[in-house]
Design a protein around this ligand. Structure first.
Ligand code: PHE
Length: 340
């Protein structure tokens, strides 16, 4: 009776073990036969009821069934785990002969390249970098720069106003005031940033563009320092043999004022398409800081003097790369940007 039952159990167990396709179902089979409440365990527990003379034989039989089941489980376990491993290796197989996917790298925007070069040039000359807000008070953008209330530059045509008092800065010259308010001479800074003017968009105008302001204030600063610094900039930007000229101009916050041109590096002054036949290219406005501006900022113009300049970054960039339409710099067309 008991022997038959045991052999039947063994056959059942073997069937379940060999058909287990997952470690989980194999473990379930193990528990079903060999667990604490498992079928074989129950039989073992029932040994007490077997007649004493039959016990050695039955005991041996139970043990051999048990060993056979254990061995089968172990074998199946190995089979399953090697199958799992094979499946995993198959899944994770890497074909090293497949060509790589090209990594598309971004490029620096030409405006940023030019800005980076200029910052490099000025930091080498000992300038610090300053910054100011783009949303600015009338005071910093106009009033403190000696631009009186009725000056045409304040016309709403040119300036984006939020309120009577708050506007989008139209020039980085506002940073001059902010720096001189906080810092006493010697001052030597450049301040790059965005500026805004309410211009209609065309090939040479944009309501948003970039300037780099420069300001030097110390004892004994003269126009010669201004010219030397800016000629040095031109040489570093456009080459040792580049030629500059200064033309008188007017800005309310500098006296005297000038504009600097560089000789067209395409035609060397002959006149060509790039310089529109002029032979010269205007690159910046500059001048000696107006005594009134110094005084407004609490700097005594009888002791100190200074010069300031403002460079249009778009203009320099367009000349540098021979770009004839300003809009290209803002459209972010990858076919355009990919060329730099
Ligand atoms: N802020 C002037 C402009 O936007 C440029 C400038 C700066 C001129 C500093 C003189 C000194 O045109």
């Amino acid at each position: 009776m008991m022997k038959e039952k045991l052999l039947k159990l063994q056959a059942e167990a073997m069937e379940k073990i060999t058909s287990a396709s997952q470690p989980e179902s194999l473990e379930a089979a193990r528990l079903e036969y060999l667990g604490k409440k498992g079928e074989l365990t129950q039989v073992l527990r029932g040994m007490g009821e077997v007649a004493p003379e039959d016990r050695p034989v039955m005991g041996q039989l139970v043990n051999s069934v048990r060993e056979a089941v254990e061995a089968a489980i172990e074998m199946r376990r190995r089979e399953l785990s090697s199958k799992i491993m094979e499946a995993r290796l198959e899944r994770e197989k890497v074909d090293v002969t497949i060509p790589g996917e090209p990594v598309v790298t971004g490029r620096r925007h030409p405006l940023n390249t030019v800005l980076g070069e200029m910052i490099d040039i000025f930091t080498k000359m000992g300038f610090d970098i300053a910054e100011g807000p783009e949303v600015e008070y009338d005071y910093y953008n106009f009033e403190a720069l000696n631009i009186p209330k009725d000056h045409p530059a304040r016309d709403t045509q040119d300036t984006f106003y939020f309120t009577d008092n708050v506007l989008l800065r139209t020039q980085t010259s506002s940073v001059q005031i902010r720096v001189m308010e906080k810092q006493k001479p010697p001052i030597r800074i450049v301040a790059p940033g965005r500026v805004y003017r309410s211009d209609a968009v065309d090939a040479t105008h944009s309501p948003l563009f970039h300037q780099m302001e420069g300001l030097v204030v110390d004892k004994g600063i003269t126009m010669a320092d201004l010219k030397g610094t800016l000629e040095n900039l031109a040489k570093m930007m456009y080459g040792e043999d580049s030629v500059c000229r200064f033309r008188p101009h007017h800005f309310p916050f500098t006296e005297p004022s000038a504009e600097m041109d560089v000789q067209c590096f395409a035609c060397h002054g002959e006149g060509c398409r790039l310089c529109k036949g002029e032979g010269w290219i205007e690159v910046l406005g500059a001048g000696m800081v107006h005594p009134k501006v110094l005084r407004t900022c609490g700097i005594d113009p009888d002791v100190y003097s200074g010069f300031a300049f403002g460079i249009g970054l778009e203009r320099v960039t367009m000349r540098r790369y021979n770009i004839d339409d300003l809009r290209l710099l803002y459209e972010n067309d990858l076919r355009f940007l990919g060329q730099f």
